[in-house]
Ligand binder design. Sequence first.
Ligand code: 13P
Length: 251
Amino acid sequence: MRTPIIAANWKMNKTQKEAKVFLKELIPLISDAECEVALCVPFTGLAVVKRMVKGTKIKVGAQNVHFAEKGAYTGEISADMLKELKVDYVIIGHSERRQYFGETDESVNKKIAACLAKKLRPIVCVGETLEEREGGLTEKVLERQIREGFRGFKSKDFDKIVIAYEPVWAIGTGKNATSEDANATIGYIRQVLRKYLPKSISEKVRIQYGGSMNSGNVKELMSMPEIDGGLIGSASLKAEEFAKIVHYGRA
Ligand code: 13P
């Protein structure tokens, strides 16, 4: 009932030239994709990627946005600027932004609001660090990130929202969460959503898994009932590998 979504997060990778080479290779490889596919690329690549995916079903996303409408925020990009480029998705609250750029649940909340006001779809990242996990705090941390991150939003806002569960210890480490573990934790996230939303809404929100997902483990992860897709970092940088992920491991 929930359409799976496989999204690439290129992080700070690929110039426009490199993006073009990637897309020329990728587009024919995934023309038969059964899931929704999105490419979340650096700001500088948005226009060219958007142009190249024209006529395909591939969606395009940014990796951050500022929460203010406009103003004296040197170096920042507004939701209006993304909307003008016809961007579909925006990753919000990625753990790298929380860790290196001071992103908090509060700024995540404001950024989601900025996206929704312009009809951009936020992909909201949540996840525990290794320390939190080992301290038995995973559920507590996730509950807080959901409660604070989504504070004040209405049921209908969740039509546009995708959640990505990305355990920080699994990102870029080659150590993915087991499918059972990811499934159970995503199940817990949905349980938290049920506290705040009517069942008809909470059951529709798509929750992806992210963290060392690749063509070798995607099939098993995607076979789990709670996992509605993936947010893929390093394995999304090579067209052939990413295409395999889109096909759940098949070439
Ligand atoms: P990796 O796939 O490189 O572990 O990164 C995951 C991620 O952070 C996606 O947002």
